[in-house]
Ligand binder design. Sequence first.
Ligand code: IMP
Ligand code: MG
Length: 177
Amino acid sequence: MKSRSEVLFTKKELEKRFSELANQISNDYKNKKIHLITILNGGVYFFAYLSMQLKNRVTVDFIKASSYGNDTKSSGNVKLLKDIDVDIKGEDVILIDDICDSGRTLKVIKEYLLSKEPNSVKTCVMLDKKERREVAFEVDYFGFEIPNFYVYGYGLDYNNFESRNLPDIYKVIFEEE
Ligand code: IMP
Ligand code: MG
């Protein structure tokens, strides 16, 4: 199918909102150390910006789950490809990802992290496609809610196209031929 793209959020719009989000998180976690766990690869650009705006003491770790592969639809299977390196027992964890779509990835990883007895686990994403949920799952913090668009840029990948390092977020518009 033919497609074209349009800018959905500029870097400036995104980072203004991420600063607000960081303030909200800093207020919610006053005087607490936060352990940020980011899902590779898509969440790293958002994590890097957000973490530098937080006023808290922060430690960081990364986890990797299977992604869409070469399709724009979720396979429904979530596989752990890289585990966390640091024990999270007693930690206040915020799990970060680029986008919440069906909700499967975050639900599965959150449950996995909870089995390691942290003090708390909350989730934070750049974009939330709420209407696409296939499992019951609500994120605690999100930058923007979007409808069912396929998006790329600012960490988000588009069919393994070289799009992660684009500073703005684009939406793909599929056109009938
Ligand atoms: P979920 O498990 O269906 O919620 O999928 C979450 C993962 O799918 C995200 O971490 C992204 O890697 C990927 N994903 C979902 N929607 C998009 C999109 O619009 N653009 C790029 N990646 C997406
Ligand atoms: Mg992902």
